[in-house]
Write a protein that binds this ligand. Structure first.
Ligand code: NAD
Length: 483
């Protein structure tokens, strides 16, 4: 069989698609069926990839920005042309509803277009003359990048890093999550087919992330790590850096608060909260994890939420009308059940949901959970302190804006926050007070290519997207000139 036709040839190393010595299984989280086997890279292949990236760094940085930009535009077009097959694969691997998968794939194209545009604007500057002459600020590609990505948005997380790294002139080695390597391989094939030189874009699918990342982190030629995933693993990567400083972008866990002010349009706000909570079955770093509602409108707002949640349907992501797919695995289900049981044992009430869901199809053996609303939640409960990463919405009643904002900020995390209301001054004061990198004001989906994305505190550092995104892939040289 031609290696390009071998679906397990998922290692892209130095321009060649390779099958590797061993493979690991990929499972559909809705049915638990094995849907494929992919190559299982080890540390040796990681070192070979870094050798190739180091060789390619010089080639790629000398390619003119317009040509690099053209490759990324071509990749965006190729992804748009394949939206249905990519979305179907994404749903099979991750479980999310097909409509969400389509949206994610189209976001990939938009992100590549944004990166293509930003790459052409990665300008330096000339400073006004000093006593002896002018100064220059020169921007240079950071050098070989390792991109480590999670399973929850397995297409966009790959593309966001790859697009910016390539646009800035750096080669990139992608290590996708072990749950979702096939969509990463499919997307990287499309980007690579645009004619990238060998070693510029590489892929290491592996079931041994620590070993593969460790081999790369040990080598000073790796100049940047861009990691999206849990805070625990992200902090571990910082510690693993040891005596070798390098640039690090970290997009880590969130624990997003949402505040509903008493003057909010309750029906619109409820629709927004439900979207921001239950998209991707709540398995999103920007999912609402704590909802603070003014006591005066609490009961009416909860009633609105219950009506909206009644319209959600749990099941297989390809089934028409399904809005909530499975959780990624049984560990994820165990965490969700633990948070719900703990909250109930400490006095919370289940308004709707609260249990494992059993969709009406015998082949659906995955970990499904009912969309759940809890009231009477307080700060003694696990759910008030930890990211649930599932379809559970805990509602906290608050007496005033001050209490809502203080409690929203009382967390080690600082990724996303939401405010719903109508009074402009109140909303402005709230977004000024909230210590979060991404804020939705009456906007449940605050992610746009034009806006920088990233967190404060233990949610991360550096930004992806916006004009700030490409900065994370550029070094700065200050040049003082004596005339
Ligand atoms: P995870 O940290 O377990 O895994 C993320 C990636 O890290 C995967 O590719 C995994 O293989 C790899 N990895 C795991 N251990 C490693 C190690 N020791 N060395 C190197 N790589 C290692 O996270 P997850 O469960 O896949 O994703 C969920 C988490 O990601 C949540 O906390 C979520 O909030 C976060 N997340 C953050 C963002 C963001 O932009 N801030 C976006 C999506 C997800």
């Amino acid at each position: 069989m031609n290696r390009l036709e071998d679906p397990s040839a998922t290692l892209l190393i130095d321009g060649e698609w390779l099958a590797g010595d061993s493979t690991f299984e990929v499972v559909n989280p809705a049915t638990l069926e094995v849907i494929g086997r992919v190559a299982d890279a080890g540390p040796g292949q990681a070192r070979t990839a870094l050798d190739a990236a180091a060789r390619a760094a010089g080639t790629w940085r000398s390619v003119d920005a317009e040509t690099r930009s053209g490759r990324l535009r071509a990749a965006a077009d190729a992804i748009r042309a394949e939206v249905e097959s990519l979305a179907t694969l994404l749903t099979a691997e991750n479980g999310k509803p097909l409509a969400e998968a389509r949206g994610e794939v189209l976001s990939c194209a938009r992100m590549l277009e944004w990166a293509a545009e930003e790459g052409r604007r990665a300008n330096g500057r000339v400073t006004p003359p000093g006593p002896n002459g002018p100064g220059l600020v020169v921007r240079a590609p950071v050098g070989p990048v390792l991109a480590i990505t999670p399973w929850n948005f397995p297409a966009t997380m790959v593309v966001r890093k790859v697009g910016l790294a390539l646009a800035a002139g750096s080669p990139v080695i992608v290590k996708p999550a072990e749950q979702t390597p096939m969509i990463a391989a499919a997307i990287i094939r499309l980007i690579n087919y645009t004619g990238l030189p060998a070693g510029v874009l590489q892929l290491l699918t592996t079931s041994r992330p620590a070993e593969v990342a460790g081999a790369l982190l040990a080598d000073a030629r790796l100049r940047k790590v861009s990691f999206t995933g849990s805070t625990e693993v992200g902090l571990g990567l910082v510690r693993a850096t040891g005596s070798q400083l390098r640039r690090m972008s970290l997009e880590l866990g969130g624990h997003a608060p949402a505040v509903v002010f008493a003057d909010a349009d309750l029906e619109t706000a409820a629709a927004g909260v439900v979207q921001a909570k239950f998209t991707n079955a709540g398995q999103s770093c920007v999912a609402i994890n704590r909802l603070y509602v003014h006591r005066g409108v609490h009961d009416e707002f909860v009633a609105q939420l219950v009506r909206k949640v009644a319209g959600l349907k749990v099941g297989h992501g390809t089934e028409p009308g399904v809005t909530i797919g499975p959780l990624i695995d049984s560990d994820a289900l165990a965490k969700v059940e633990k948070h719900v049981e703990d909250a109930i044992s400490r006095g919370a009430s289940v308004v709707t949901g609260g249990r494992r869901a059993t969709p009406d199809r015998p082949d659906l053996k995955g970990a499904f959970f009912q969309p759940t609303i809890l009231t009477g939640v307080d700060d003694s409960m696990l759910i008030s302190a930890e990211e649930t990463f599932g379809p559970v919405l805990p509602v906290f009643a608050v007496d005033d804006d001050e209490e809502a904002l203080a409690r929203a900020n009382a967390t080690e995390y600082g990724l996303a926050a939401y405010v719903f209301g109508t009074d402009f001054t109140r909303l402005w004061q709230a977004l000024d007070r909230l210590n979060f990198g991404v804020i939705g004001v009456n906007e449940p989906m605050p992610l746009r290519p034009e806006l920088p994305f990233g967190g404060m505190k233990n949610s991360g550092q550096e930004r992806e997207g916006g004009s700030e995104g490409i900065e994370a892939y550029l070094e700065t040289k200050a040049v003082a000139i004596r005339l």
